[in-house]
Design a protein around this ligand. Structure first.
Ligand code: ADP
Ligand code: MG
Length: 249
C-alpha cells in the first residue's frame, strides 16, 4: 500500500447569507493515498464542488479537519476549460508557472514536452479556437499539470463534452494521470465515468452531503476506462451506486 497523502475527517460546511443558512456538507470523511484516483459522485447540489474548494483552501470548513501528509502543490481543473482565447496553447499552459514565478527554461521545456507527448505538438503556437472540445480539455489538463502538482482536483472535467468525446477524453485523462504518476480526486455526477476511471468511488447523498458509501473498485480485468466499462464486474458497482443515489423519477 502506498503512502497516505490526505486525510479528511468529519468535514462540515455551512453557507450563510443575510437571512438563511445552508448546510452544504455533513460529516465528510475519507483518506487518499499516493497515486490513487478517487471519484466523488452525488446529485447536483450535494456539495461535491464545495469539497474540492475546501481541499484547495479556497473555502474553510465550518467544522472538521483535513490534512495533507506533506507540503503539496495542488492542481485544480474546473468544469469550464477557461482557456484564454488570445493566448496560444503554449502560453495558456504556461500561466500557472508565470503566476508562481516559476517560468524558466526547464519548466517551459517540461510543458512543451507534455504537449508533444499528448498529441498537441502541432498546436503549440495555435489558438484555442482551432481546437475541438476534447482537445481543449486536454490542454486544460496539461495546463494543470504544468506546475507539477502532487494532487489533481478535477471538477466535472468532461461534463461539457458530447458523449463520444467524453469517453475518449476520459481515457486520455486517465492515461495521462497514470503515466505522470499523479494522485487525483475527480468530481462527477456520472456513475459510469466514476467506476471506469477510479480506484475508489465515494458516494455522497443529497444535501447536506454525507458520505453514503465508499467503494473500492476491484475489476478483475481492469484496463483503460473504455474497456473497464465492459468488465463483468462493472454492472455490479453501477447497481450498488445507483441504489445509493436513490434517484426518484
Ligand atoms: P455540487 O458541486 O455537488 O453541485 P456545490 O458544492 O456547488 O454542489 O453546492 C452545494 C450547496 O452549497 C448548494 O446548495 C449551493 O447552492 C451551496 N453553495 C455552494 N457554494 C456556495 C457559496 N459560495 N455561497 C452560498 N452557497 C453556496
Ligand atoms: Mg459542482
Amino acid at each position: 500500500m502506498s503512502n497516505k497523502l490526505l486525510s479528511v475527517k468529519n468535514l462540515e460546511k455551512y453557507f450563510h447569507d443575510k437571512t438563511s443558512e445552508t448546510k452544504a456538507l455533513d460529516d465528510i470523511t475519507f483518506d487518499l493515498y499516493e497515486q490513487e484516483f478517487i471519484s466523488i459522485v452525488g446529485p447536483s447540489g450535494c456539495g461535491k464542488s464545495t469539497i474540492l474548494s475546501i481541499l484547495s483552501y479556497l473555502e474553510d470548513p465550518s467544522n472538521g479537519e483535513f490534512k495533507y501528509s506533506k507540503d503539496i502543490t495542488i492542481g485544480y481543473m474546473l468544469q469550464d476549460d477557461s482557456l484564454f482565447e488570445w493566448r496560444t496553447i503554449l502560453d495558456n499552459c504556461l500561466i500557472g508557472l508565470e503566476i508562481n514565478n516559476n517560468l524558466n527554461k526547464e519548466t517551459k521545456a517540461y510543458v512543451i514536452n507534455l504537449l508533444k507527448t499528448y498529441g498537441l505538438g502541432d498546436f503549440i503556437n495555435k489558438y484555442p479556437s482551432s481546437l475541438s472540445g476534447g482537445m481543449r480539455q486536454r490542454v486544460a489538463l496539461i495546463r494543470t499539470l504544468a506546475i507539477n502538482p502532487d494532487i489533481l482536483l478535477l471538477d466535472e472535467p468532461m461534463s461539457k463534452l458530447d458523449y463520444q468525446s467524453r469517453l475518449a477524453i476520459s481515457d486520455d485523462i486517465y492515461k495521462i494521470i497514470k503515466k505522470e504518476g499523479k494522485t487525483a480526486i475527480m468530481v462527477t455526477h456520472d456513475i459510469s465515468e466514476a467506476i471506469s476511471m477510479s480506484d475508489k468511488v465515494i458516494v455522497i447523498s443529497k444535501r447536506p452531503g454525507k458520505v453514503k458509501n465508499i467503494y473500492n473498485i476491484k475489476l478483475s480485468d481492469k484496463s483503460t476506462p473504455i474497456n473497464n466499462r465492459k468488465s463483468k464486474d462493472f454492472n455490479k458497482y453501477f447497481d450498488m451506486i445507483w441504489r445509493d443515489l436513490d434517484v426518484h423519477l
